[in-house]
Ligand binder design. Structure first.
Ligand code: PMP
Length: 316
């Protein structure tokens, strides 16, 4: 996220809070809220792209994001009245009423809303809230990022599951991202306890080696990204690339042909160096560029085969 984004989040007009749409600045929780005290929230990050010539937003893979959030609720024993269909409708309504005619980032969040003491995931009331903000590029996607392997290990699935996208688990991401930035890098790459690669602080990782596209498997303590899954499908079906999910060793990152991150925030972001070692001659490679171009064509609704990945929302 650029400094400007971090300093000032320009929100959409309305938030969904306690079953109603209210002005975003009025959507507030008590200091005693369980999720605030123990990190017991689960969330999604969803992009809505503004397509000027259609005069509407296209929300990228909305049902998949809602499905992931809904499934993850079982990890923390969360039960909310809104159905997945209603959650999707709420996201559309927030975009529709946002007053923003630019890129939007949507944040639905299911959180333990009870004001009770003690760490527990069971028997505590949960609620859904959601808001949206204006968002452009989260990281540089042109020149290539300079990244470093983090001294922080990725959370193990049987400690705090990354898969669940819980608010508390982002302490792990925050430590790694800040360490990288304070050391002069753009981003961090997490290793797992066994020393193999997991992912970035808020993005999945792909490398190109011998013409194949390789990424870490769902069992590698990662959040199984919707962008990751989209990139895998586009690479295979549209670009005819072989895609392999397998463990990646740290030094493969140094010797591979191309490297890039992907995620809702990161989109498709080339990496040009890892631990000060140039990757692919220090500039984004052809496969990364090809996938990046295709990704942006798809999210902007320009690829008929994948138009069904876009949910249309016209402004109010
Ligand atoms: N890993 C982590 C830790 C993330 O926070 C994200 C962003 N949600 C991703 C991967 C990418 O996931 P997605 O493509 O679904 O946004």
């Amino acid at each position: 996220m650029s400094k400007a984004h971090r300093a000032l989040m320009e929100s959409g007009r309305l938030a969904y809070f306690e079953g109603a749409y209210i002005p975003t600045e009025e959507a507030k929780v008590s200091v005693m809220t369980h999720a605030f005290n123990y990190g017991t929230g689960l969330f999604e990050g969803i992009r809505a792209y503004w397509v000027k010539d259609e005069n509407q937003h296209l929300i990228f893979r909305l049902p998949e994001h809602i499905d992931r959030l809904h499934r993850n609720c079982s990890v923390l024993f969360m039960d909310i009245p809104e159905t997945p269909q209603e959650m999707g409708d709420i996201c559309c309504e927030l975009v529709r009423q946002s007053g923003i005619h630019e890129g939007i980032y949507l944040r639905p969040l299911v959180y333990k809303s009870q004001t009770s003491l003690g760490p527990s995931v069971q028997g505590i009331e949960s609620k859904l809230c959601a808001y949206c903000i204006k968002l452009g590029d989260y990281v540089d996607i042109q020149e290539g990022l300079d990244v470093a392997v983090s001294s922080w290990r990725r959370l193990a699935d049987n400690a705090i599951p990354s898969r669940a996208k819980s608010t508390g688990s982002y302490i792990n991401s925050s430590l790694a991202a800040s360490e990288a930035k304070m050391s002069g890098f753009d981003e961090a790459i997490f290793l797992r306890e066994d020393g193999t690669v997991a992912e970035g602080s808020a993005m999945n990782i792909f490398m190109v080696l011998d013409g194949k596209l390789i990424t870490t498997p769902p069992s590698a303590d990662i959040l199984v990204g919707i962008t990751r899954n989209s990139v895998m499908e586009l690479a295979e079906k549209m670009l005819g690339l072989e895609v392999v999910e397998r463990p990646i060793s740290r030094t493969e990152l140094y010797v591979c042909d191309e490297l890039f991150f992907c995620g809702t925030g990161a989109q498709v972001a080339p990496v040009r160096s890892v631990d000060r070692r140039e990757v692919g001659g220090g500039k984004p490679g052809p496969i990364t560029r090809g996938l990046q171009t295709l990704y942006f064509d798809v999210v902007m609704g320009k690829v008929p085969e994948y138009r069904h990945w876009c949910t249309e929302v016209a402004p109010a």
